[in-house]
Design a protein around this ligand. Structure first.
Ligand code: ATP
Ligand code: MG
Length: 436
């Protein structure tokens, strides 16, 4: 027995920063995902689906302790059975590498993978920055050459072309190798020590633990200081420079414009050599739509056999926000037909007819009444119109009697109404398909 509800129940809402995606907006997400799946197939990247929850140490070891994500953005909780610390994934690269190690994916050579799914970060919600957000990412595991860095960048570039984002800029940098970063690090610390009074709290804290990350600061008061800092590119040796040149040669040959941004360091510690971002000026402070780079040491860092790797991730919300500004094509799902039914006793026959139509590829929305009352013809036609369907399928008493259906064009005034035998609807559906 349920008790009558005596007090007012508090209204339940979604968690702050975690958004519902409702129709028709969800159609835009599906449109982007379909574009991405087709794109990935053309570049021979295969889908990987890793769990949303991973063990917390994966991210601490993978991303680095002194990163925004690990320091303050992770959703961690205890497994109530054994007390293990678990985390809602803030990004997917660490999980993909964990899976590659766990399943020995690279036993017969490199693998090209992509994923689509939600990530979780406890950030301050604002435009373009949410606590649950979708990312699409591509990872090429087991490849050391700059041509794979180039392939990934060309693939993202092709996506922008395809979805009409013509003003995203590519920024590139090289983080070199650990020994090169060490020499740069010394110079960097000396530079910031000289101007310690200009450092904010975050920068002071990172001065000795992770000074490179200070370059990524968005604090406007520190920009001049950062601008004047020693550039990592000036510390690179011949091999790192050759890798960078091999990449830029391919980009140039493919007409992909880029700027070298010596301050670009990225938010995770796992990167080396190539790092890049695709940025826009149209989204305010949240201007990075896609970011990535090479992470040749992550496999080792996670306890596995060393393997080079490179990848990127794009923020679905930001990409779609941009695409909408540029003007999306009509992405609303098309509806072929709306079934108007006058008498509930005809429903068994009507539904089997609709099944045959759908099996033949037609999209049909059934008018649903409440039990035996189907509603007046007039109100059903109103709904048929509002549904956007091209045709109304009229199952009236005469039609049912004769085992027929009347097909009434709703959008094309010059098209004639026709009557079909129920046995013939699949043929009619086929003519719709071939016309499409
Ligand atoms: P930012 O500097 O904007 O915080 P990030 O360096 O943390 O970005 P990555 O971890 O590289 O971003 O994630 C790749 C992409 O995912 C970003 O370029 C962005 O488009 C998207 N993204 C990251 N965090 C969020 C978020 N909280 N909400 C929505 N999209 C996000
Ligand atoms: Mg961030």
């Amino acid at each position: 027995m349920t008790e009558p509800i005596s007090q007012k129940i508090e209204k339940l809402t979604a968690v702050k920063g975690m958004n519902d995606v409702l129709p028709p907006d969800s159609a835009a997400v599906e449109w982007l995902e379909a574009k991405v799946r087709a794109l990935m197939a053309r570049y021979a990247y295969r889908n990987i689906r890793t769990p949303i929850v991973e063990r917390t140490p994966l991210f601490i070891r993978g991303l680095g302790e002194v990163t925004d994500i690990v320091e303050k953005e992770m959703y961690c909780f205890e497994d109530r059975l054994n007390g293990d610390s678990l985390t809602l994934r803030p990004e997917a690269t660490a999980g993909v590498v964990r899976a590659a190690l766990e399943h020995n994916l690279l036993y017969d050579g490199g693998k090209r993978l992509y994923y689509i799914g939600p990530m979780f970060r406890h950030e301050r919600p604002q435009k373009g920055r949410y606590r649950q957000f979708d990312q699409i990412g591509a990872e090429a595991l087991g490849f050391a050459g700059a041509e794979v860095d180039a392939e990934l960048i060309l693939m993202a570039h092709a996506l922008w072309q395809e979805i009409g984002l013509l003003d995203v800029r590519l920024e590139l940098n090289s983080l070199g190798q650990a020994s090169e970063r060490l020499a740069h690090r010394k110079a960097l610390i000396a530079h910031f020590e000289q101007h310690a009074e200009q450092l904010d709290e975050d920068a002071k804290r990172r001065l000795y633990s992770n000074p490179l990350r200070i370059l990524d600061s968005k604090n406007p008061h520190m920009q001049a200081l950062i601008e004047a800092a020693p550039k990592l590119l000036d510390f690179l040796g011949a091999e790192s420079l050759a890798h960078f040149k091999a990449l830029t040669d391919i980009l140039q040959a493919n007409g992909v414009a880029y700027t070298v941004n010596p301050r670009l360091v990225r938010g995770m510690d796992y990167y080396n050599l190539t790092v890049f971002e695709f940025v826009t000026d149209r989204l305010g402070a949240q201007g990075t739509v896609c970011a990535g780079g090479r992470y040749d040491y992550l496999f080792e860092q996670l306890g596995g056999k060393p393997a080079p790797a490179v990848g990127w991730a794009l923020g679905v919300d930001r990409v779609l926000a941009l695409a909408k500004e540029s003007g999306l094509p009509d992405v609303s799902p098309a509806l072929d037909a709306y079934a108007v039914v006058t008498d509930a006793s005809a429903l068994p026959l009507v539904l089997s007819t609709l099944q045959a139509l759908r099996a033949a590829g037609t999209s049909v929305q059934m008018h649903a009444g409440s039990g035996t009352a189907m509603g007046s013809m007039k109100s059903q036609f109103k709904r048929a119109d509002a549904s956007g369907a091209r045709f109304a399928l009229i199952f009236g008493p005469d039609e049912i009697q004769a085992r027929q259906v009347t097909v009434k064009p709703l959008r094309d005034a010059s098209a004639a109404q026709q009557v079909l035998a129920l046995a013939d609807v699949a043929n009619w559906a086929a003519t719709l398909q071939s016309a499409a």
